[in-house]
Write a protein that binds this ligand. Structure first.
Ligand code: GLN
Length: 314
């Protein structure tokens, strides 16, 4: 099992950045007004090795909306609180083959939301966060867990939270449809609000690479050395990411990149290579499915150039 070195990675990450920087493909998310106005030229790539060394090229200190990448963090929190079996039973770990915001994801498997990594299952996961019934304490648990994973605190982007709360009609419908099928475990409006707020957390690419590194490292944060979650949960969360991290394009993504990764409409992508490193790339312009164009290209470049692949050899 070949281990990549810091020097190798540094060189290839810089190459990826230089190659992809001028790409003009995609456009910012526009269904959330705040995201439409983020500088489209921002671009950064970060890698966190399991010994705690980090690499950062470009805008890796810029705080952007974590959006759907937060689904991974809160799935981990739910796994910590309930264990692997109960999450599988109550939500699931399947691919949906559908866009992130699909309302029929709830109906696919006998009223089952399929996975905590699409909107339906993520709202369900927020409803499960303990303590049930206490929005403030649930929020503290969500933020505390993101902080543990990232090794430092995220910051709520108030303007994004407001922008998203004012326009999240589709997600409101999902929350209430979950209620109809008894797949929401706390107040639906509260669960939706927690979900919307967690999506509005501002994080940097460096923070996301450390969170990914924590998963790649079996639950121990490589930088802070804190044990964030039990090692047995690491392959569970990585399996979920591998199954649905790019929604309806997850198969294509795994085929072309060889790394389980999770995307968000804020332009972030977070990839986990177990036993090797965590990687994150950020650039706002998205393809038609809501996945960052430059983040995809740069991570693909790095994986292919280094000959790394979770399934063998790229
Ligand atoms: N908050 C966004 C939404 O629910 C997240 C979507 C995403 O990043 N894919 O619509």
């Amino acid at each position: 099992d070949k281990k990549v070195t810091l020097a190798q990675l540094q060189e290839v990450v810089q190459e990826a950045y230089d190659q992809v920087k001028t790409n003009t493909g995609g456009k910012n998310a526009d269904y959330i007004p705040y995201l439409a106005n983020v500088n489209k030229d921002l671009f950064g790539i970060s890698v966190c090795l399991l010994n705690g060394q980090t690499i950062h090229v470009g805008d890796t200190d810029y705080r952007f909306g974590i959006e759907s990448v937060s689904k991974v963090h809160t799935a981990i929190l739910a796994l910590r609180q309930y264990g692997a079996k109960e999450i599988l039973d109550k939500i699931g770990a399947d691919a949906t083959g559908l866009p992130f915001n699909s309302i029929i994801a709830i109906l696919l498997e006998n009223d089952h939301p399929s996975t905590p990594l699409v909107n339906a299952g993520a709202i369900s996961a927020c409803s499960m966060v303990q303590p049930i019934g206490d929005s403030a304490k649930k929020w503290d648990a969500i933020v505390g867990n993101v902080t543990d994973l990232c090794g430092s605190a995220p910051q709520l982007i108030d303007e994004l939270y407001k922008s998203e709360s004012d326009t999240n009609f589709n997600n409101r419908s999902i929350a209430w449809l979950l209620k109809n099928y008894n797949r929401i475990y706390d107040d639906p409006d509260m669960s939706l609000d927690l979900y919307t707020r967690q999506c509005s957390l501002g994080v940097t690419a460096l923070q996301l690479s450390i969170a990914a590194g924590t998963i790649a490292n079996g639950g121990v944060n490589p930088v802070t050395k804190k044990e964030v979650f039990d090692a047995s949960l690491a392959p569970k969360i990585t399996a979920m990411i591998a199954a649905v991290g790019f929604y309806e394009h997850t198969g294509d993504w795994m085929y072309t990149s060889g790394i389980p990764a999770k995307t968000g409409v804020g332009g972030g992508v977070m990839g986990v290579l177990p036993g090797q490193f965590g990687i994150a790339a950020f650039a706002p312009p998205l393809d038609g499915s809501g996945n960052s164009v430059k983040a995809q290209l740069s991570i693909q470049y790095i994986m292919n150039k280094l000959g790394l692949n979770v399934f063998g050899h790229n």
